[in-house]
Each structure stands twice: as structure tokens, then as C-alpha cells.
Write a protein that binds this ligand. Structure first.
Ligand code: NQM
Length: 338
């Protein structure tokens, strides 16, 4: 593929993220990552010359193909500020757009009212069973469902995860303990679909309800969190995570608004304006584990965990979540010349 050939793509919001969705057959097998960097405008913090939105949450790609019983979904994080295209984590937000994309591209036949799609998350091998509205056999994006972090209502996307425990690290508790000591800081190292290090905000001298911008502006805090992340990455069997997007670092504290607990999540360098879907599933699971740092601050009992985050809350019920998605654009994108 030459630099002047266009590439078919669909731009979609999936949950609180936005990304370019591609059919696997529309991307080259060789030079794919380099092509994506040129399409997205990376490396450049603003990604002014490409599709990327200048933030990790709006610089994402999905590569989708048909399987015998559904579709395969590979998630790729295109870093705005570097030449790294990372496949080391799944993304539950971009996942929300996969079923409508699969119907739009004819990979899956739609039902008359709803359509359920089995989606294999190639990054981890995990399975998600996703149901969307398809009245008249077409994906419907309009609806009344509001998720925190997205200002506009849309049609619900129901996501049920299976096989998420240890998806990336091999075990729900990769160190075998619900609580570890990271250089004197108690931490829960956990993976229920996303590798996450749960820390008590109070142990870092924080209240836990600080604004993301204030946390990002606190250079000594960021350095400490990055040091803990590297240590945790080794202990979780992820090796040197300097260039990796995992583990995510979630600071927890008691709930403020009637939920189960408050979170602030470094993903891993920027602070999420909400929380990632699989990160939320993982933190919710941690809150149910006796002896974990999340259980210490948890309020209430029961199966529904309401995770408070900077822009609202996110409910997790036995590994099932509700999200929304929307088709924004469908067309051809041109990469800059190599
Ligand atoms: O945890 C951002 C997002 C994510 C990941 C990140 C996600 C998830 O909000 O499933 O969705 O943690 O890098 O899109």
C-alpha cells in the first residue's frame, strides 16, 4: 500500500472513547502499525495531521474480522506522543462499537429487533457477548441511555464478559495475594480483564476525589505512581512496563455519592475522566475480595458495584455492564506519506 492510497474506516464513539474501526482485510498485514501512525497523525501530542484526537482515549483503533460464530476484535492503542502502537491490553469502551460495526460491514446478520454478537477479544482471548438494538435489521444508535462521561443519550449496548479473570496476567491475583507491599505502600495487584494496581488514595496523601487535572499536574505524585507501576508490572509478570499501557493505576477511597467506592485511574500516565470498562470490572472484582485494598474502602454489600469516578458512576453487575456507541463517520482516510 502506498502512502497515497486511502484506507476504508469507520469513526465511532465506543463508551467514553473514540476510535477508528477497520475490517482486518482493509489493512495490510505488513506495515500495519506504521500505517496507523501515519493515519492517526502520531507522533504528535495534538495529532493535528491525522485522525487521532490528541488524547489516549481518542487515539484508538479496532481491527475486526469474521469468525465461525461471531467476530474477532483486536484493540490497538495508538500513542499520540510516540511511535508506539500497543496491543498489550483490551479496551472495553471501544468494544461497545464492535457489534454495530460488524452489522454495518455485513460480518454479522442482524435480527429484526436486537442482535447478539459473540466477540473474541484477540488481545486477551476473552469473550464478550454483546447485544445491540437493530430494529428493521439495522443498528440503531439513538436512545435514552446515558453513561457518565458522555453528554448525550444513545441506544444501550449490553455487554456480558466471560473468561476475564487473569486475561492478561494469567491469574486474577497474579502474585497469589489480595494485598502486596509495594515499597511500603499496600496495593492489590489484580486482573479481571485489565491489569490494575489498586492503591488507597490516603496512602498517597490524597483525599481520592481530586480533579484529574490536579492529579496530572502533581509531578511528584506522578513520579511515585510510575515507580509503583514499574514495580507492580514486574510482580504481575508483565516484565518492564515502561512503554506498556498496563497496569492501570487506580486510587480508591470511600464513596461520596451513595456508590460502592470512589476511583481515580491513571491509564497509566493521563488520568481517566471516567474509568475504563474492563478496569471497572476489575476494580469491582477487587472490591469483593476479602483483604484487598478496595475492600477496605468499600461501602455496602451485594452484587451490584457502583464505581464512582470523576464524571459520575459506572455500575458493574456480575461482570455485565451497559454502555452506548455511535457511528460518527464512515469513509476513507488518507495517511500522510511515509
Ligand atoms: O478498561 C482506557 C477506555 C480505556 C480502557 C484505558 C477500557 C477498559 O476508557 O476496558 O475501556 O484504560 O486506557 O477506553
Amino acid at each position: 500500500m502506498s502512502g497515497t492510497d486511502g484506507v476504508r474506516f469507520m469513526l465511532m464513539r465506543g463508551g467514553t472513547s473514540k476510535g477508528a474501526y477497520f475490517l482486518a482485510e482493509d489493512l495490510p498485514s505488513e506495515g500495519r502499525d506504521e500505517l496507523l501512525l501515519r493515519l492517526f497523525g502520531s507522533p504528535d501530542e495534538r495529532q493535528v495531521d491525522g485522525l487521532g484526537g490528541g488524547h489516549p482515549l481518542t487515539s484508538k483503533a479496532a481491527v475486526v474480522s469474521r469468525t465461525d460464530d461471531g467476530v474477532d476484535y483486536l484493540f490497538l492503542q495508538i500513542r499520540p506522543d510516540s511511535t508506539i502502537v500497543a496491543a498489550g491490553q483490551p479496551c472495553g469502551n471501544i468494544l461497545a462499537g464492535i457489534a454495530p460495526f460488524a452489522v454495518e460491514r455485513g460480518l454479522v446478520e442482524a435480527g429484526p429487533e436486537t442482535t447478539t454478537v459473540r466477540i473474541r477479544m484477540v488481545n486477551t482471548g476473552g469473550l464478550a457477548v454483546v447485544t445491540i438494538r437493530t430494529p428493521g435489521g439495522r443498528p440503531c444508535y439513538d436512545g435514552d441511555t446515558v453513561i457518565a462521561g458522555v453528554p448525550f443519550p444513545a441506544a444501550p449496548v449490553e455487554i456480558r464478559f466471560a473468561d476475564t479473570a487473569g486475561a492478561v496476567c494469567g491469574a486474577l491475583l497474579p502474585t497469589g495475594h489480595p494485598r502486596d507491599d509495594l515499597d511500603g505502600t499496600p496495593a492489590t495487584l489484580v486482573d479481571d480483564g485489565m491489569p490494575v494496581v489498586v492503591l488507597d488514595a490516603a496512602d498517597l496523601g490524597l483525599n481520592g476525589d481530586e480533579a484529574p487535572a490536579d492529579l496530572e499536574a502533581d509531578e511528584p505524585l506522578r513520579e511515585r505512581i510510575e515507580a509503583l507501576r514499574k514495580l507492580a508490572g514486574e510482580r504481575m509478570g508483565l516484565g518492564d512496563v515502561t512503554a506498556a499501557t498496563v497496569p492501570k493505576m487506580t486510587l480508591v477511597s470511600p464513596p461520596r455519592h451513595g456508590g460502592t467506592l470512589t476511583t481515580r485511574t491513571f491509564i497509566p500516565h493521563r488520568v481517566h475522566p471516567a474509568i475504563g470498562v474492563l478496569a471497572a470490572v476489575t476494580v469491582a472484582r477487587a472490591a469483593t475480595l476479602e483483604g484487598s485494598v478496595a475492600a477496605d474502602v468499600r461501602a455496602g454489600a451485594g452484587e451490584r458495584i457502583r464505581i464512582e469516578h470523576p464524571t459520575g458512576f459506572f455500575d458493574v453487575h456480575n461482570g455485565a455492564v451497559i454502555s452506548t456507541a455511535r457511528k460518527i463517520a464512515d469513509g476513507v482516510a488518507w495517511p500522510r506519506e511515509a
